[in-house]
Design a binder for this molecule. Structure first.
Ligand code: PEP
Ligand code: MG
Length: 591
């Protein structure tokens, strides 16, 4: 991030470029929140006769903290979309850290051995655990240090010491500036008082980013350079679409951004009116717009946005926040709920997309040397055939209640598709023998194109698959060797890189030549600036987060494919990402 400009005349206005994660303009008052702040407690020696009492206080405080986190979980459950799910998952980890765990035992031992008060023993123990986490080479685990501090804060708070830092005294229109927002922080936020979020850490896929998008708040991440200038109480502007933050703006800047904010609010209103309008280009090409969902509860948002189906149902939610695995009946019931609610619109269910880094502990997996390249997604499912058969059976049975498609994640070779088809055919025969109702013909079996090798072998894969869904998030990550959640290399994460575009074009053409439907369901599908290029590649189905759908539809209504085809061809021969961007900007001009 850099300071882009500083007006003359002694003004303190400072402008920063950060990573945009939540569209919209916020103008408000800075509220600094330091979730990493070290809690200050006084250490006291205690007589041996007091050891038992102090140990008992710790047990009571831990029970109270667990109860308070339970209240936060209830709040989290009320949030729709991935934010609630993400919060629930981590709050549960907090509870586990507090419940009769190594932490509580360690604190009690310290009280007895060092004869110190409970508060001081908690802080010492937390410090030790945080140090151990910080020393881990895995950046995800190292980042859990913030979670451990948060647990310590809650425990000390329950011991009776007032701890500052929660969001009780937010000014109106607060813009929260934090190193990072923990899930517990987020559950405590009153969205009516918060206008925007700025965090120092985090990439496009961080907690803050997911939460901001689903709360609809303007937000940016990776704002480290702003720390010295962002004093509490100063006015701040967050342009979450452009990734611009302005601290202490001059009057002219304020006026400009007030206009931009009003324009954004007006366009949101007018977008709502497009709900029932079909997405047709000016020269008559009909585009199918579907929704990506993570939870059955997201179906409401999908329908409200006018989605014509579910283009990607990430099935992982069924396996989260629990110690056991969901059986076939439970999976069938959850999938059926969505299929019935979509009321005849197609639902594309993706089989489990997990690896050692995601839900690995639920399946007792040991992380391999590089989880992103290891036993994950379809590779994992084929290594746990029973699990896969249960999931396939649940989906097949749900197909009796509405149109369903089965989507396989991270397919790399044709054998993976063939193997799943064999499993599916055997299952279909069994279900029919048992007179269990399934769709006739059975659901189409499609694959995600998200590995560069799969994109380059798309012609061979198309011969085995009933449809393609291009996952541009992983396709970009694997093509450019950029971890999609790492803020340190986020500046290189660019789906407009010519290599990524060529892979999308090649796989789209291979799918269409084989006569199978091709959709895009990565974040690129929900970015209306990318719409002309995807349509120019011949793609006529896009699936995205429901929030993005009206904006993409608006772009489609203004486009003429005949008028852009020459420029799209130029994009595909361009090798400089900056030139690609320039042509794309031109494509997005009205007229
Ligand atoms: C993708 O990789 O583009 C995709 C849609 O899948 P996910 O984001 O769930 O990995
Ligand atoms: Mg993916």
């Amino acid at each position: 991030m850099k300071i882009k400009a500083q007006p003359s005349g002694g003004s303190r206005e400072k402008i920063f470029q950060c990573i945009p994660v939540g569209a919209g303009v916020a103008i408000g008052t800075i509220y600094r929140h330091d979730s990493r702040a070290v809690i200050q407690v006084r250490e006291r020696r205690i007589p041996v006769t007091k050891v038992r009492t102090e140990q008992h206080r710790v047990l009571e405080a831990a029970a109270e903290a667990v109860g308070r986190i339970g209240t936060l979980q209830t709040q989290a459950r009320r949030m729709t979309g991935p934010a609630g799910e993400e919060l629930g998952y981590i709050l549960e980890a907090y509870q586990q850290m507090l419940g009769g765990s190594r932490l509580v035992r360690g604190v009690q031992k310290r009280i007895a051995e060092e004869r110190i008060n409970a508060e001081a023993a908690v802080m010492k123990e937390i410090g030790l655990m945080a140090e151990a986490f910080a020393a881990m080479s895995d950046p995800y685990l190292a980042a859990r240090m913030a979670d451990i501090r948060e647990v310590g804060r809650r425990l000390v708070e329950s011991l009776g010491k007032e701890v500052e830092g929660d969001f009780d005294n937010l000014p109106a229109h607060a813009v929260i500036v934090a190193d990072e927002l923990t899930p517990a922080d987020t559950a405590l936020l009153d969205p009516r008082r918060v206008s925007g979020l700025v965090t120092i850490l985090g990439g496009v896929e961080s907690h803050t980013a997911i939460v901001a998008r689903s709360l609809g708040l303007p937000a940016v991440v990776a704002a480290a350079d702003l720390l010295d200038d962002a004093d509490n109480g100063l006015t701040i502007i967050v342009d979450g679409g452009a990734g611009i933050v302005i601290v202490d703006p001059v009057a002219a800047t304020l006026a400009r951004y007030r206009r931009k904010r009003a324009g954004f609010a007006k366009s949101q209103q007018s977008l709502k009116k497009l709900r029932a309008v079909p997405a047709v280009t000016r020269d008559g090409c009909r585009i199918g717009l579907q929704a990506n969902i993570e939870l059955p509860a997201d179906v409401d948002a999908a329908l409200a946005a006018g989605a014509e189906g579910v283009g990607l149902f990430r099935s992982e939610f069924m396996f989260m926040n629990r110690d056991d695995l969901p059986g076939e009946e439970e999976q069938f019931a959850e999938i059926c709920k969505v299929v019935k609610q979509m009321n005849g619109r197609p639902v594309t269910i993706r089989t489990l997309d997990v690896g050692a880094d995601k839900l690995g502990d639920v399946f007792g997996m040991k992380p391999g040397p590089n989880p992103a390249l290891g036993l994950r997604a379809i590779r994992f499912s084929l290594s746990r055939r029973k699990l896969m058969l249960i999931q396939l059976s649940a989906i097949l049975r749900a197909s009796a209640f509405g149109p369903v498609r089965i989507l396989l994640p991270m397919v790399c070779i044709v054998d993976e598709v063939r193997e799943v088809r064999r499993m599916m055919n055997r299952l279909i025969a069994q279900l029919k023998r048992r007179r269990v109702k399934i769709a006739d013909p059975p659901p189409p079996l499609g694959i995600m194109i998200e590995i560069p090798g799969a994109a380059l072998a798309a012609d061979a894969l198309a011969a085995e698959s009933d449809f393609f869904a291009i996952g541009t998030n992983d396709l970009t990550q694997y093509t450019l060797a950029i971890d999609r959640s790492d803020d340190q290399v986020a500046y290189l994460y660019n789906p407009l890189h010519p290599a990524v575009l060529r892979l999308i074009q090649f796989s789209a053409e291979a799918g269409l030549a084989a006569g199978i439907p091709v959709s895009v369901c990565g974040e690129m599908a929900g970015d209306d600036r990318m719409t002309p290029i995807l349509l120019g590649f011949g793609i006529t189905e896009l699936s995205m987060s429901p929030n993005s759908l009206p904006r993409v539809k608006k772009r489609i209504l203004a486009l003429s494919l005949a008028a852009i085809s020459g420029r799209v061809r130029r994009i595909t021969t361009e090798s400089d990402p900056i030139q690609v961007q320039a042509i794309l900007d031109d494509l997005c001009q009205p007229g």
